[in-house]
Design a protein around this ligand. Structure first.
Ligand SMILES: Cc1cc2nc3c(=O)[nH]c(=O)nc-3n(C[C@H](O)[C@H](O)[C@H](O)COP(=O)(O)O)c2cc1C
Length: 327
């Protein structure tokens, strides 16, 4: 599929995930076959002010390409400047956040707060469109009520402004992650515009992804939470779409991924910080495995890469012995 001039290998996308979809994580998604990875949301203000911490979020490697970088903010001029910085930095696509419902973001008038102000949305979109040549997309929620009317209005504005695609997470601004994503809103947006529509929300299996496309007619499917502890979901969805049998990830592959993630995180953010983050992060990767709670307790104390690797190998070994015993 294509988003504007950007041709993708496939239409299964990694959602922007603040605090998670950094470079080491995006590489895992890419290695599992993901067609397009998104950065975590990046502050437009931070980029324009040249904050080092914000700029670091733009770090990328050729292996993860194509890369979409998502920016948030509400000032049209700042958003345009930030988008230009993103483009100059080598990103393949810019995405604008119209969906974040975290209080801190809403208070600044950014994220889903913008959906209440269609005129400002239009000003932001026009300014950013003028500033960059690379494909430009938006990601939005259903709006502030269940009707989806704000999403339909924003979709029309976006199309008129020359935006190349729209990702829809059909929950309301106040819903957080409660209840279900209302996929009928994805279908309704798809019916109203002729640019690509990316469906997002509650894809937890390969079957869900196929079902979303069948139910909504969306052009691409974007996966967020399920990818966090299971980046192999992309390979499973692609297999399902090819009509192949989807199998669960085997131990060898799962533990190789865990170790790669840890090692790259150490390289990318430094051993101390990587170990602190990995204490919780690695636990997601072993969800559902026997004796996972014991592993979680031990990994909770890691302070070096080698210590973590030993614990990971140890747990892997024990699981393999157990598998042999039962096979
Ligand atoms: C930890 C976390 C961080 C997120 N960060 C972002 C973000 O930076 N930008 C954004 O547009 N959405 C963000 N989201 C929302 C996801 O991109 C996605 O829309 C949502 O999780 C629904 O998809 P899912 O059901 O596949 O998880 C975040 C969600 C989670 C759980």
């Amino acid at each position: 599929m294509k988003i504007g001039s950007l041709a993708l290998d496939n239409n299964i996308l990694l959602a922007p995930l603040a605090g998670i979809s950094n470079l080491p994580f995006r590489l895992l998604a890419k290695e599992a076959g993901c067609g397009l990875v998104y950065s975590e949301m990046v502050s437009a203000n931070g980029l324009v002010r040249q904050s080092k911490k914000t700029e670091q979020l733009l770090d990328s490697l050729p292996q993860e390409k194509p890369l979409a970088v998502q920016i948030f903010g509400s000032d049209p001029a700042v958003m345009a400047d930030a988008a230009k910085i993103v483009e100059d930095n080598g990103a393949d696509m810019v995405d604008i956040n119209f969906g974040c419902s975290v209080k801190k973001i809403i208070k600044t008038g950014s994220g889903v707060a913008l959906m209440k102000r269609p005129n400002l949305c239009e000003a932001v979109l026009k300014a950013v469109r003028k500033a960059v040549r690379i494909p430009l997309t938006i990601k939005m929620r259903a709006g502030w009520d269940k009707s989806g009317e704000q999403a339909f209005a924003l979709a029309k504005i976006a199309e008129a402004c020359g935006i190349d695609g729209i990702a829809v997470h059909p929950r309301t601004a106040t819903q957080g992650f409660a209840g279900h994503a209302d996929w009928s809103i994805i279908a309704a947006v798809k019916g109203r515009v002729s640019i690509p529509v990316i469906g997002n929300g509650d894809i937890f299996s390969a079957e869900d992804a196929v079902q979303m496309q069948a139910d909504t007619g969306c052009d691409a499917m974007m996966i967020g939470r399920k990818a966090i502890g299971s980046p192999w979901i992309f390979a499973q969805v692609l297999a399902k779409m090819r009509g192949a049998k989807t199998s669960s990830v085997d131990l060898e592959h799962r533990f190789a991924i865990i170790k790669r993630y840890l090692h790259r995180s150490v390289k990318y953010i430094g051993e101390g910080q990587a170990c602190r983050i990995m204490r919780s992060r690695l636990c997601w990767f072993v969800k559902g495995l026997p004796n996972a709670s014991q592993f979680r307790r031990s990994i909770n104390h890691i302070s070096s890469e080698s210590q973590a690797m030993d614990l990971i190998d140890d747990y892997h070994q024990k699981l393999m012995q157990e598998e042999e015993r039962y096979n």
